[in-house]
Unconditional design. Sequence first.
Length: 270
Amino acid sequence: MRNSTIKLAANAVLAIAAILCVRSAVAQGNYEIQVYGAATVPPKTLMTELHSNFTPEGQKYYINGVIPTNHQEHETLELTQGITSWSEIGFYVFTSEQDGHGVQWVGDHIRPRVRAPDSWHLPVGLSLSTEIGYQRAAYSPDTWTWEIRPIIDKTAGRWYFAVNPALERTLHGPDVNQGLGFSPAAKVSYDFTRVVSGGVEYYADYGRLGAFDSLHYQQQQIFVVTDLNTSPKWEINIGVGVGSTASTDHLIVKGILGRRFDWGRKSAIE
């Protein structure tokens, strides 16, 4: 009896601690884990991508009605159509699969993007995307959100660098009055061969711009990744990430499989 009481008390403490530690983590998406490059999809080209992310170690408790992320499998379909030589539009369908919940539709987003034309002769790649969409309250308390994402990248020999200092805004949900949030992402990779690249990706959510959360409540993830450049038509990215703060899912395995399809004339990548 005494052991049962101790065990019950310990579980209660863990549950309370988890709730405190994930004050903002309930909105943590992990549906599309990617650092954007500045290039856009060429016109008359459709880029299809499947983002597959599994969380072996994540949030284990319901918080504000949000389903825990532990052992969730996220499958996201991304379709991006090139509009002009400097613009594109993307569309996302988010899904989740988990024991006890089955396969669930989570939400949809739309994302237009423009980039600096090659005629500008900038020393870096530069583009700007904006994304707006809906996600069900069972998976995010903030059901309507908006994001603007500047994208800067640079290739230097075998090295590749990319930075995405994104700003996010809740349009409907508990954080609607919190203003803009700062969620940067960055990538550094190295081409070991013509086919294999390896590197590190960093993702974070620091909280409200101008009043960042304490480190304990921030979300920060570091991924070790591999890119396989098998063909200009294919995109393959795999990685394993760890959460470096208490408010972040502790372990995530991710993969991206993409394929370009050309309509009409051949695209610039050929």
